[in-house]
Design a protein around this ligand. Structure first.
Ligand code: ATR
Length: 293
């Protein structure tokens, strides 16, 4: 590279973005652009709708196109794994990548920050929650559940109790994520979900139940201890019927918006080299966007 080209390259804004299909709904640009503005960083973060058949070529071109990295959302999170030069152990375990970092020498590192986002949101919203205070009851066995269960294992919960409408998916997930040195993952049928609450320290809804336009998650919380925290990955509405019910019963509740915000932090920090936090102002901005769309 000539001195001039080097200079030009160093003056280029740092480039990141998010890929998915469809992508119009993604709130990641709002979050990252907010931090870019706040930090005065000369960088861009744009949404890219990438059809599945174009995924490999888009990913293959990331370094050549000058990307510092990207976020990956549905339906690509699992499919980008074989396209990485390196997949971090947590992402490998979960089987999904939501953050790609392009190194200075053009290598692609696949990470999964959803588990980090879940735990950070939980700790921020329920500072008194302790992983060892009881089993974690998890409803749902989709992609989000995988990251959340792995994160709860790492956080040190003594036991995970899992249920899902399709029981076979919960059984398969428990087999895949379980291990001899890891907390037990006990699977129960959906009809028995109320029993998951007994002595639990945490109840998590990882399904889409409770989302606007969908059925609520109906569950009897009578056996949930007072100290148990209830959290939901759904954030439209912010207070789902499940959270309202738990709050009424006196349990601490944590809504799902913070998971979205916190999972964005590691990517931003890796691409733009500046640490960021989830502030009330950022939250308010995204809440306004949710209300107005
Ligand atoms: P994500 O990647 O966001 O977790 P997903 O993989 O499609 O999305 O998983 C959605 C979860 O919501 C699953 O646990 C799904 O249950 P099934 O595995 O039985 O499909 C759950 N879910 C969605 N709609 C549901 C409903 N009406 N009743 C019960 N569970 C539902």
């Amino acid at each position: 590279m000539s001195d001039q080209t080097e200079q030009a390259a160093s003056n280029n804004p740092l480039k990141a973005g998010v890929i998915g299909f469809p992508i119009a709904h993604s709130r990641s640009p709002l979050i990252h652009r907010y931090w870019l503005r706040l930090k005065g960083i000369d960088g861009t973060y744009d949404p890219y709708g990438v059809e599945p058949e174009n995924l490999a070529s888009f990913i293959g071109d990331l370094a050549a196109k000058g990307f510092a990295g990207i976020n990956v959302t549905l339906p690509h999170k699992e499919h980008v794994l074989p396209l990485m030069d390196e997949v971090e152990p947590f992402a490998e375990r979960v089987g999904a990548v939501n953050t790609i970092v392009v190194t200075d020498d053009g290598r692609l590192i696949g990470r999964n920050t959803d588990g980090f986002g879940f735990i950070e949101n939980l700790r921020a919203g329920a500072p008194d929650w302790r992983a060892d205070q009881g089993p974690a009851a998890v409803i749902g066995a989709g992609g989000a559940a995988r990251a959340i269960i792995a994160a709860l294992q790492d956080a040190g919960v003594p036991e995970i109790r899992l249920t899902n409408r399709s029981l076979d998916k919960a059984v398969a997930l428990a087999e895949e994520l379980g291990g001899p040195d890891l907390p037990d993952i006990i699977v129960r049928p959906m009809e028995d979900r109320a029993a998951l609450c007994t002595d639990a320290g945490l109840l998590v809804n990882t399904t889409s139940l409770g989302m606007e336009g969908k059925d609520p998650l109906e569950i009897d919380l009578a056996s949930l201890p007072d100290h148990a925290v209830v959290t939901d990955i759904v954030y439209t509405p912010l207070k789902t019927a499940l959270l309202a019910q738990a709050e009424q019963q006196g349990n601490t509740i944590v809504d799902g918006l913070g998971m979205l915000l916190h999972q964005a932090r590691p990517g931003f920090e890796a691409w733009f080299g500046s640490s960021v936090s989830v502030t009330p102002m950022l939250r308010a901005m995204i809440e306004n966007d949710i209300v107005s769309t």
